[in-house]
Design a protein around this ligand. Structure first.
Ligand code: SAM
Length: 217
């Protein structure tokens, strides 16, 4: 498939995201420069610029571009922000965060996805530090974070992650049951207080771990 084909498809997708209400030009610019087709299996490459989630290994998914754009916009990333992502998956969301100038740490619990995403992020030159493990307990060495983005559906908001936010830092996290989740935007006000706003409904794969669901079924 020719590069021009993908660039044209990518430009069309960016227009669709604008039509759906994404107005953050920094996020749209970042997404218009990242080759989403490189983060998925070649069998799905032709669908890379449809606004839909696509399958990854181990029954996981690369999130829908609208979801990536929406969640990223909510974090209002500034250059050099320190951001933690839970659920590296394909690595695409981490690439968008890195393109915005953030210092990105990303955790994945599926080894195959961890190793593939680490490789592609390196090959494409994105500076993202990845880790294999349970993201529900965060990554305390690099805390506190300006932003935390959780890309899998949680039964509750993990307390450990809340504690790793800076004062003034923001977390976006889908939480609900296994079928559907509400997206929450949480801002840490001070040591003990958090402001929480409920946003749109989404359907994510489950967040599995010590402060998530206990199993994958
Ligand atoms: N952000 C990803 C991307 O850009 O491709 C999409 C992520 S996918 C919707 C959710 C990911 O969260 C899956 O890869 C899944 O294995 C991972 N996950 C689930 N529970 C996790 C946990 N406790 N720690 C780290 N990753 C987890």
């Amino acid at each position: 498939m020719k590069t021009t084909y993908y660039s044209e498809q990518r430009a069309k997708l960016i227009e669709q995201l604008k039509e759906r209400g994404i107005t953050d030009t920094e996020v749209l610019n970042a997404m218009s420069s990242i080759p989403r087709e490189k983060f998925i299996h070649t069998a799905f490459a032709q669908k890379a610029y449809e606004d839909s989630a696509l399958p990854l290994a181990n029954l996981q998914t690369i999130s829908q571009p609208y979801t990536v754009a929406y969640m990223t916009s909510l974090l209002n990333i500034q250059p050099n922000d320190i951001i933690l992502e839970i659920g590296t998956g394909s690595g695409y969301q981490a690439a968008v965060l890195a393109k915005l100038g953030a210092k990105v740490y990303s955790i994945e619990r599926e080894y195959e996805l961890y190793s593939k995403s680490t490789k592609i992020l390196q090959e494409l030159g994105f500076s993202v530090q990845t880790r294999f493990g349970d993201g529900t307990i965060g990554w305390s060495q690099h805390a506190p974070y300006d932003g935390i983005i959780v890309t899998a559906g949680a039964p509750d908001i993990p307390n450990t992650l809340l504690k790793q936010l800076k004062i003034g830092g923001k977390m976006v996290i889908p939480s609900g049951d296994r079928q559907s989740q509400t997206l929450y935007l949480i801002t840490r006000q001070n040591e003990n207080d958090y402001d929480s706003t409920q946003l749109e409904e989404f359907k994510f794969v489950p967040l599995i771990g010590r402060e998530g669901w206990q199993d994958s079924k």
